[in-house]
Design a protein around this ligand. Structure first.
Ligand code: C2O
Ligand code: CU
Ligand code: CU
Length: 478
């Protein structure tokens, strides 16, 4: 199930070449030893935010703050966070909920907060067009109107998304619906339903977080940290019950592609891609996630009592998480063989092409144009169904993310059968290895949710260094 092995290898080669031209160094021992040793910490589980109900609207009051966080024991480092010391609480939303997520900016810089994967009106999207001034509160108010999935929130400030995320701003948004609640899946948050925000960061010799400082090579080839972190901790440990465990995996990195698997080769089932369950669980041993992508997996530890294994990243040979199966099952689940029925893929009535490229070192483009907040690149109407061809014209990896809606991947390099099974569900980010292309069917829902030219949606590469440096465009939906 691993995607395109040979390309993965060539990318690894490129990365090792990269480390020769400055920046970080990737150790090859599978440990995060570049910045020293870390003592085993328990996996931090982001707090579940409890909303306040005011007149039928669930209010989530969140503060974006400067904080101090210890990645290494006893060493404080300056971070940004949301009511925490790194990352933020998990918002658990139900389809049909009327919500107001109220973000108060207590930083000394402007930022924004975008709900990645959320189907919301343009003025609630949290992009560059909805800045949150220092000291101000901005509210994303809407009715949750999409399927169960794992989304996330993160800043989207023009030219500053990468440093703000790097400094610690991100959190999970979990959506449940009647279907997800009725399926026999692990759903005890923090016990057998575990969110994992996977990232990598650079640390100085004193083990504090290195300031965000990519050089030109890292801007284009990837700003890949020397230390891999999981929910803000270095190689933490999770004590699992001997039963099915669900992990909600988020590639929350700036620009690192992760090839994930378990150290003992144990297989797992992928049950959801970015925006919905897959129709059937897919058995896999390795899973590729590019920045911004999510996957829910279920791994069965029923007969593994006493075992220890790790969640490993194969491309850079790093450990994300240690897992010990050392607790008795307290609530057994049995993964169903059918999870959902997805909508059939619509028939496109218009085609577009998006060429991802670079106009000069560190200046990225889509169709030869750098992002301009005052330019609308694509005007769509509700109900439009289009075929979008995304072409990576470069020798480095990219991906492509669309706001407001999910899409379906119908071909890779013009071959429908090159689309891996786990990419056939609802996606909002698609990985584009060097020189590859994909075709997507993109459909704008007809439910009154729109975006005008004052508050347009974005499409962009989710490698944050590329996004911040031009590889983004805007679209309206009328
Ligand atoms: Cu994850 Cu335009 O965003
Ligand atoms: Cu988004
Ligand atoms: Cu890119």
């Amino acid at each position: 199930m691993k995607r395109r092995n040979f390309l993965t290898l060539s990318t690894v080669t490129a990365l090792y070449v990269l480390t020769g031209c400055g920046g970080g160094s990737n150790t090859e021992d599978g440990n995060n030893s570049a910045a020293g040793t870390s003592s085993a910490v328990a996996l931090p589980i982001p707090e579940l935010k409890i909303p306040t109900d005011i007149g039928g609207i669930k209010h989530y009051d969140l503060n974006i703050v400067e904080a101090k966080h210890s990645f290494f024991e006893g060493i404080d480092t300056n971070t940004y966070a949301i009511d925490s010391t790194y990352l933020g609480p998990t918002l658990l939303l139900k389809k049909g909920d009327n919500i107001s997520i109220n973000y108060t900016n207590k930083l000394n810089v402007e930022t924004t907060m975008h709900g990645h994967g959320m189907h919301v009106p343009g003025n609630m999207d949290g992009t560059a067009h909805q800045p949150i001034a220092v000291g101000a509160t901005w509210s994303a108010q809407y009715t949750v109107s999409q399927r169960a999935c794992t989304n996330w929130y993160h800043p989207h400030y023009l030219h500053k998304t990468a440093p703000h995320v790097y400094q610690g701003l991100a959190g999970f948004i979990i959506i449940e619906d009647a279907e997800s609640q009725n399926l026999d899946l692990p759903k005890r948050y923090g016990l057998d339903d575990i969110p994992l925000a996977l990232q990598d960061r650079f640390f100085s010799t004193d083990k504090t977080l290195l300031d965000y400082s990519p050089d030109n090579m890292e801007l284009s080839q990837g700003y890949i940290g020397d230390t891999f972190i999981c929910n803000g901790a270095i190689e933490p440990t999770f004590d699992a019950e001997a039963k099915e465990i669900r992990f909600r995996l988020l590639n929350g990195s700036n620009s690192t592609v992760y090839d994930l698997g378990f150290s003992n080769g144990k297989n797992f089932k992928q049950i959801a891609s970015d925006n919905a369950f897959l129709e059937q669980p897919l058995t896999m041993t390795q899973l590729t996630l590019s920045p911004g992508e999510r996957a829910e997996i279920v791994v069965d530890f029923t007969n593994d009592t006493g075992d220890s294994l790790t969640l490993h990243e194969y491309r850079n040979n790093k450990t994300f998480l240690n897992i010990n199966i050392n607790k008795n099952a307290t609530d057994v689940t049995t993964l169903p063989s059918t999870l959902t029925t997805l909508d059939t893929i619509g028939t496109a009535t218009n085609n577009r092409q998006f060429r991802l490229g670079m106009q000069s070192m560190g200046n990225f483009t889509i169709n030869d144009l750098a992002m301009d907040v005052n330019r609308i690149d694509v005007a769509l109407a509700q109900g439009d169904i289009e075929e979008w061809e995304i072409i990576n014209t470069m020798n480095v990896d990219h991906n492509f993310h669309i706001h407001n809606t999910h899409f379906r991947v119908i071909s890779r390099n013009d071959a429908p059968d090159q689309v891996p099974s786990n990419e056939k569900g609802y996606k909002d980010v698609v990985y584009l290895p060097a020189n590859e292309k994909v075709k997507l069917i993109v459909e704008m829902p007809s439910d009154g949710i729109t975006a005008d030219s004052n508050n347009p949606y974005m499409f962009h590469c989710h490698f944050l260094e590329h996004e911040d440096n031009g590889m983004m465009g805007q679209f309206t939906v009328t």
